[in-house]
Design a protein around this ligand. Structure first.
Ligand code: NAD
Ligand code: DAU
Length: 358
């Protein structure tokens, strides 16, 4: 059976997935079919600019639905699957882990199994061409002490949160499908992303919107936890690079060379907002910072050693944090409707659940 120039993107209405879909067309040929369940984190309006564009098809649905995935593969005959769909928020996984196991583990298993059956029916030359890209996270490696070297591809998995454990389980299934069946998989383990379209439950959009509106800025613990921040469009470029040039069976770590404490991130946001959006009634926005009860099991530090993807595939991050964070703040300032549309009752309920009594 023949392959087309289509790729199937799961989770393409979420934060990174929608950036990936939007960035695809200026850089690559071929069509995209987006499969997304539109959970609280998925937002079809992220893809509004592609409405009526014949290169893009949106399919609402669940990656756990075996018949739907089989039908999509048979109908569109994609040359690759890029798998973003997941429950992605650590705090939610602590409050209610069940959906993380269903989507991240069972959903990935279903995709792999459907992909395997589809792939096994292809002619040999098409089997060589096909790719399954698993979008994973640096959180599977656990937490680093200050003096430890950054995570590399051979760092043992040691996931600490239910979210990280569910992603680790999915990564192991992906690895096993290569080892056992030779399915041409690639796995990317990326650090913290930030940029347009990020749901404001995550640190950067939550803090920037609260800072803008004069609300408390809830910093977990002592604020000295470190993350390695990567601008989302740099991540999308890395994934395109892995899809094009990566070797099946390999994993690639992706990071921003930008280790910052949460306090550094939040003070930077406050200072930029004070500069570009001064509000005399609020004064200095740093005064809104509030230390609150820590996240249970809070990983202290993540850092990525991205030498492999740089040396083997030629990718490196292009956007310094100072530039990316300004672009991100300006994007949120320019998209107030997007923000108000997603801060629905369900979002308010989450804020109550996660922050009340902290
Ligand atoms: P997100 O939560 O913003 O988006 C997830 C998307 O998946 C949403 O559109 C949602 O509707 C969809 N989805 C959820 N369950 C589904 C299901 N059962 N079937 C179909 N669609 C479903 O997540 P994100 O931050 O964009 O992350 C995307 C991927 O990248 C995830 O796999 C995540 O683990 C990984 N990742 C994220 C980061 C980060 O900093 N955000 C870093 C590294 C890796
Ligand atoms: O490292 C990659 C991971 O980055 C991805 O796999 C996850 O999908 C993504 O959500 C992100 O996980 P984090 O837990 O690092 O991101 P979050 O934005 O939730 O938190 C970043 C840091 O900020 C973390 O140390 C917790 C802290 N924090 C977060 C929130 C929401 C606060 O101090 N206060 C907050 O209100």
């Amino acid at each position: 059976m023949e392959l087309t120039d289509t790729i199937l993107v799961t989770g393409g209405a979420g934060f990174i997935g929608s950036n990936f879909v939007l960035d695809w067309f200026p850089h690559e040929d071929g069509k995209i079919v987006t499969l997304d369940k539109l959970t609280y984190a998925g937002n079809l309006s992220n893809l509004d600019s592609l409405a009526g564009d014949a290169r893009h098809t949106f399919v609402p649905g669940d990656i756990c639905d075996a018949d739907l995935v089989r039908d999509l593969l048979e109908k569109h005959r994609p040359r690759a699957i890029v798998h973003f769909a997941a429950e992605s928020h650590v705090d939610r996984s602590i409050n209610d882990p069940g959906e993380f196991i269903r989507t991240n583990v069972q959903g990935t298993f279903n995709l792999l199994e459907r992909a395997r059956r589809y792939w096994e029916e292809l002619e040999e030359r098409h089997r060589q061409q096909f790719r399954f890209v698993q979008i994973s996270t640096d959180e599977v490696y656990g937490s680093l002490r200050p003096e430890e070297p950054a995570f590399c591809e051979s760092t043992p998995y040691s996931p600490n949160s239910p979210y990280a454990a569910s992603k680790a389980a999915a990564d192991h299934l992906v690895r096993a499908y290569h080892h056992t069946y030779r399915l041409p998989v690639l796995t990317t383990n990326c650090s913290n992303n930030y940029g347009p379209y990020q749901f404001p439950e995550k640190l950067i959009p939550l803090m920037l919107l609260n800072a803008l509106e004069g609300k408390p800025l809830p910093i977990y613990g002592d604020g000295m936890n470190i993350r390695d921040w990567l601008y989302v469009q740099d991540h999308c470029a890395a994934i395109r690079c892995v899809l094009k040039k990566g070797s099946p069976g390999e994993t690639y770590n992706i990071g921003g060379r930008s280790e910052l404490t949460n306090l550094q991130v939040v003070t930077t946001i406050c200072d930029i907002l004070d500069e570009i959006c001064p509000d005399p009634s609020l004064g200095c926005r740093r005064s809104q910072m509030t230390f609150v009860r820590d996240r249970p099991g809070h990983d202290r530090r993540y850092a990525i050693d991205a030498r492999k993807i740089h040396n083997d595939l030629g990718w490196s991050p292009q956007t310094p944090f100072e530039q990316g964070i300004r672009q991100t703040i300006l994007w949120y300032l320019g998209h107030r409707h997007w923000v108000s549309d997603i801060r629905t009752g369900a979002y308010q309920e989450w804020l109550q659940l996660n922050y009340r009594g902290r």
